[in-house]
Design a protein around this ligand. Structure first.
Ligand SMILES: C[S@@+](CC[C@H](N)C(=O)[O-])C[C@H]1O[C@@H](n2cnc3c(N)ncnc32)[C@H](O)[C@@H]1O
Length: 218
């Protein structure tokens, strides 16, 4: 059930305004997300830079910015970035691809990626994790969220627009071993039930993973 990046980009271009209207204040209704973001901000401290990959309309970047984190956002969809820039003009957003990051090795202190892997195949998840690992500084923190499960669902309609896309679910065993294979350590996965009436009805997970300070020799 692989899908082309230009299909993902087109779909977020199509729903950019509606996605932004629906999700840009979602953390107000999600205490666990706020708790996790506070923990991230405490652990990252004053290290920088921090990037929100697959940032959408920038709600997570904004939350961390309000906690004093120097953060920028990156997304595949130019239209969703336009929305992010309108709502949060004080934050730097730019277009980019998690599967081929235009960043130097060891250059970023922290990466957050909230539901950014929801359209990826397992193979693409592996590529994304290796790319995040590559660009993180030793000791850098990766905070990821995903939907737990074994299936994918196909949608022809989303937020009132006609689309054609798959949403992917991943097992925690898969995510854990994929992170480990990519080189991460101190992998902690926190699972939770969805907030009824607020979130799509899938179990979710928040992941903290660290790039080791001492790299294993090949
Ligand atoms: C489900 S949305 C999540 C957006 C936001 N993080 C949130 O929590 O609402 C997935 C986002 O990832 C972006 N995305 C998907 N594939 C990407 C890629 N290869 N590189 C960068 N962004 C990507 C999409 O454009 C979309 O904005």
């Amino acid at each position: 059930m692989g899908q082309e990046l230009n299909n993902i980009e087109r779909m977020y271009d199509t729903v950019a305004k509606e996605y932004s209207e629906t999700f840009s204040r979602e953390h107000e209704k999600k205490p666990k997300d706020r708790e996790i973001l506070h923990r991230f901000s405490q652990e990252i401290g004053d290290r920088k830079p921090v990037w929100d990959f697959g940032c959408g309309p920038g709600q997570t970047a904004k939350y961390l910015k309000n906690l004093g984190i120097e953060i920028s956002g990156l997304d595949l969809s130019e239209k969703i970035i336009e929305q992010a820039r309108i709502i949060h003009p004080e934050i730097h957003f730019r277009k980019g691809n998690i599967l081929g990051l235009e960043f130097e090795n060891d250059s970023i202190a922290g990466v957050v990626a909230f539901y950014a892997i929801v359209h990826f195949t397992e193979e693409q998840v592996g590529i994304a994790f290796r790319e995040v690992f590559r660009v993180l500084q030793p000791g850098g923190i990766f905070l990821l969220t995903y939907h737990i499960g074994e299936d994918a669902i196909h949608l022809d309609e989303f937020l009132g627009k006609r689309i054609d896309i798959n949403f992917m679910f991943f097992t925690t065993d898969f995510i854990f071993s994929c992170l480990k294979d990519s080189g991460f350590e101190k992998i902690e996965i926190i699972e939770k039930e969805p907030y009824a009436g607020v979130e799509y009805e899938s179990r979710r997970a928040y992941v903290f993973a660290i790039k080791p300070v001492m790299q294993k020799s090949p």
